[in-house]
Design a protein around this ligand. Structure first.
Ligand code: ADP
Length: 295
């Protein structure tokens, strides 16, 4: 729920803003939509409330041909919502009400075992409880399904979890948080790589905003530049990137090719307003890749 205001209200202050905009979002939902638009067959395991927001979200997933059979509708919690106040300068203040997102428990994920058995890949992030994240990673290991963990929003994670995930995709701030360092500290590529390896991460793609991304594994430290575009709204660039990366890896592409594909999808998303509405279709990503000389 987004309101543009002349300035972000101070404590106790009421500010008159513009019209309310209701925009579909949430990291898991954005990533599911990104992957579906790029042609993947997506099953989304998530929890929504029994309220109009939940109804709208479920309808939207169906329209994107996302399999909603494992969506949980929980009558005891409202759907997750973020209240966002945006200043004309672009500065924002956000209050998140996780609601039903925190009601997605390991049992809900275990019910989706058949989907895990069929899937090439599981993509997950941290807008659900850590217990549920850990249960998901464990189930994927039992079913032999590869995992990408997008460790966002930033939080510290247990070493066992990090070492049991095949690929993580933090941004710079999230690497700092994982390493227990202040987020403002600018880390060089080699420092980012050392930090991730000291945490036991086997492979990572670190996203660096307009600077592109960095592939880190034991043998490689490879910088991939971003596609040059005129940014309009960088909201959900990371979600576009993760959805696309998951699609390309599930299709069997190398990590480098997948990261270029993901960079193209994310670059298109930053030229458009909003989260889910900004996710590109496959043909648009392929067109950007071929214009830029990737066939
Ligand atoms: P997050 O939104 O999770 O913080 P980033 O800001 O690192 O993620 O962006 C994710 C990816 O989106 C980057 O690695 C890059 O490929 C792409 N991207 C982000 N901002 C831009 C930009 N201004 N121009 C082109 N690509 C961008």
């Amino acid at each position: 729920m987004v309101v543009t205001c002349p300035h972000i209200p101070r404590p106790g202050e009421t500010v008159i803003g513009g019209d309310l905009a209701m925009v579909a979002g949430g990291k898991g939902a954005n990533q599911a939509v990104a992957a579906a638009r790029l042609g993947a067959s997506v099953t989304f395991v998530a929890c929504l409330g029994h309220d109009p927001f939940g109804d709208a979200a479920e309808d939207a997933f169906r329209k994107e041909s996302i399999d909603t059979r494992y969506l949980v509708r929980d009558g005891s919690a409202p759907s997750g919502v973020a209240l966002i106040c945006v200043e004309e300068s672009g500065e924002n203040a956000i209050a998140v009400a996780p609601g039903a997102n925190s009601h997605l428990v390991p049992q809900h994920v275990l019910r989706a075992r058949a989907a895990f058995e069929q899937a090439d890949l599981v993509l997950l992030q941290l807008e659900i409880s850590l217990e549920t994240v850990a249960a998901t990673v464990e189930l994927a290991s039992e079913t032999g399904t590869q995992v990408i963990l997008n460790p966002a929003p930033a939080r510290a994670l247990p070493a066992e979890l990090l070492s049991s995930v095949g690929l993580i995709t933090p941004n710079r701030t999230e690497v700092a948080t994982l390493c227990g360092l202040p987020a403002e500290k600018e880390m060089s590529p080699s420092r980012l790589s050392e930090g991730l390896q000291s945490l036991g991460c086997t492979r990572a793609v670190v996203t660096l905003g307009a600077q592109g991304c960095l592939i880190v594994d034991k043998q490689t430290l490879l910088e991939i530049p971003a596609f040059r575009v005129d940014p309009v709204d960088t909201t959900a660039a990371g979600d576009a990137f993760n959805g696309a990366l998951a699609v390309a890896i599930a299709e069997g592409q190398s990590l480098e090719t997948a990261a270029v594909f993901a960079s193209a999808a994310a670059a298109i998303s930053v030229t458009r307003l909003g989260a889910q509405p900004s996710m590109p279709a496959r043909a648009q990503v392929e067109e950007l890749l071929s214009t830029a000389g990737f066939s």
